[in-house]
Design a protein around this ligand. Structure first.
Ligand code: SAH
Length: 266
């Protein structure tokens, strides 16, 4: 479903109040949306242009927009932590996710990264996701269906990537698991030469374990670790300055390039 044209039944929308606070809702026909003590009939939203202003029964104005991924991800129904938009932005460019790519990811959790990967690979590409916990796999299926739409190029495998990883000729692998070093050898086997392997890890000891395993393996080059500190700004009248609060820590990104051959041990 292309995110353009008038708003359609079944879509997710964001309502923005006067202070730009965001409210995620769905356009389910026959329903009313409750918001800040007022109501808006879904029928009054269906067919409106993206970006229209609508008033609730309390006469409060709201701007209605289709959610961007950055707006949607923090609001996704979830039982596990999602990767934040600021880190997903970095992952897409540093793992060099391109239209047509064959990408593997694990684990899936609520499916935030999955949606971004599906978008970036486009209809010519494919995403294969491994999730060990069946209930999380179901949550991801529900979230993708509700907030992304049909994804014929998405394969969700319920299993442990450490034991079950079995694709061939993969362009990119993105790991969001606590112990990625158990995947290093298999990742090398399934990645094509020149492919990229990326891990998202919250703590320094995990980075150390991950980098050590890549070096010890000998089949990876260009190992890099990075983090992103994103600071939003308050811009109101003459008060133009950084916001007082920011998310200080999420996770680190460590990536490597699969080489054509494994370096012999000295
Ligand atoms: N990247 C996701 C969040 C993943 S949370 C997002 O952006 O929304 C981490 C997930 O990894 C959990 O759902 C957990 O069940 C799963 N997981 C942990 N170890 C795994 C393994 N060995 N194989 C597959 N999935 C695993």
């Amino acid at each position: 479903m292309l995110p353009r044209g008038p708003l359609r039944e079944g879509e997710a929308i964001i309502l923005l109040d006067r202070k730009d606070r965001e409210y995620l809702r769905r356009l389910n026909k026959g329903r009313e949306i409750s918001i800040r003590g007022g109501r808006i009939a879904v029928e009054d939203l269906i067919g409106q242009e993206d970006g229209s202003t609508i008033r609730s029964s309390m006469n409060e104005p709201f701007v209605v927009v289709r959610p961007t991924l950055a707006q949607l991800i923090p609001q996704l129904p979830r039982k596990a932590q999602v990767i934040y938009p600021k880190d997903i932005a970095l992952i897409l460019i540093w793992a060099d996710i391109f239209p047509g790519a064959k990408v593997i990811e694990a684990g899936v959790g609520p499916g935030a990264l999955t949606m971004a990967l599906l978008r970036a690979v486009g209809s010519e590409g494919s995403v294969i996701s491994y999730e060990i916990r069946p209930e999380f796999a179901q949550m991801a299926r529900d979230n993708i269906a509700a907030f992304y739409g049909p994804a014929p190029n998405w394969t969700l495998k319920v299993g442990d990537i450490i034991t079950d990883l079995d694709e061939v000729d993969v362009d990119r692998i993105v790991l969001d698991l606590p112990d990625p070093w158990h995947v290093t050898q298999k990742a090398w086997e399934v990645l094509r030469p020149g492919g990229i392997l990326l891990s998202y890890l919250p703590t320094v000891l995990q980075i150390k374990g991950w980098v050590d395993s890549l070096k010890e393996h000998g089949g990876f080059a260009y190992i890099q670790t990075m983090e992103s500190l994103l600071r939003f700004w308050h811009t109101k009248e003459r008060s133009v300055r950084p916001q007082h609060r920011m998310v200080a820590h999420t996770g680190f990104i460590t990536l490597a390039r699969r080489t054509a051959s494994v370096k012999p041990k000295p």
